[in-house]
Write a protein that binds this ligand. Structure first.
Ligand SMILES: CC(C)(COP(=O)(O)OP(=O)(O)OC[C@H]1O[C@@H](n2cnc3c(N)ncnc32)[C@H](O)[C@@H]1OP(=O)(O)O)[C@@H](O)C(=O)NCCC(=O)NCCS
Length: 240
């Protein structure tokens, strides 16, 4: 069993947040690890288990963890990636797109464990996504495309290449609420697939089971579910 500090989230929230990895054989050592995490000053822990792992979920619940996430990983193989014509009207992101995108898309990621977990205020959940977008513009994403409407940039897709595994992850994909439902999400995703064709074996993305729009979109573009994970959280700041 391991405990790691989540540097990105900790930095945004200004407290020490951690992730537990919980292999089946190691579960008896959970109380000891929790005591260690508390002594080390962790304020919050998260742990994910496979959705089929009822015992893992039960162990976490017995130790005070609450479910905050029901995540689905979807995948699309590159063999079926037909490059085709690039969707029109999209372009590579420029530095000056960042602020308008933060304004129009900074608060759309509501289907997320950060909004569901009462440890995080709404402002903190928003700050995590805003900083994530900033980091994508700062080099985290190897592919960044934007869509525009008559008010300017209104959507983007950011993907990160995991070269060692020949996989690309869609890190973030968003369309402003007032521009949604017009096909922009689909065009952004298709543009990313065109761009990634031949560079990776597969493209993956993690989304939430209750994110109907995202699941519909990924399904339409040929992604298939390959994993489902339940995420559990424990506040250590309120432990007596
Ligand atoms: C998910 C998201 C990017 C979709 O963008 P969009 O521009 O509204 O989507 P599109 O108009 O291209 O629709 C794509 C497909 O999804 C379907 N869809 C879109 N919104 C839907 C909804 N609310 N419920 C069900 N299906 C929906 C559409 O019917 C469409 O299928 P079609 O092409 O066969 O008609 C957008 O809703 C969003 O930004 N959500 C918040 C951020 C987010 O959750 N991102 C995903 C993180 S993994």
């Amino acid at each position: 069993m391991t405990l790691e500090r989540l540097d990105f989230e900790s930095g945004v929230v200004g407290r020490s947040l951690g992730r537990l990895r919980l292999p089946e054989a190691d579960r008896a050592s959970l109380p000891g690890l929790l005591a260690q995490a508390r002594a080390a000053g962790f304020a919050h822990l998260v742990a994910h288990v496979d959705a089929s792992d009822a015992r893992g979920a039960q162990t976490l619940a017995e130790h005070g963890f609450r479910q905050v996430d029901d995540a689905i990983v979807v995948r699309r193989g590159s063999a079926e990636m037909v490059p085709g014509a690039r969707p029109r009207g999209l372009r590579a992101a420029r530095p000056q797109d960042l602020q308008p995108l933060l304004q129009r898309c900074g608060t759309v990621f509501r289907h997320s464990r950060f909004y569901r977990d009462d440890f995080f205020s709404e402002a903190q959940a928003e700050a995590i996504y805003r900083q994530w977008i900033v980091n994508c513009f700062g080099g985290r994403a190897s592919l960044l495309r934007v869509a525009s409407d008559d008010r300017g940039v209104c959507g983007f897709v950011a993907a990160r290449l995991e070269a060692a595994h020949a996989v690309a992850w869609i890190e973030l994909l968003a369309v402003a609420s007032d521009a949604a439902g017009q096909g922009l999400g689909r065009r952004l995703l298709s543009a990313a697939l065109c761009e990634l064709h031949g560079r990776v074996d597969a493209v993956r993305v993690k989304t939430q089971a209750d994110n109907a729009a995202a699941l519909a979109l990924y399904g339409r573009v040929g992604f298939e579910p390959v994993a489902r994970q339940r995420g559990f959280a424990l506040r250590l700041d309120s432990w007596k």
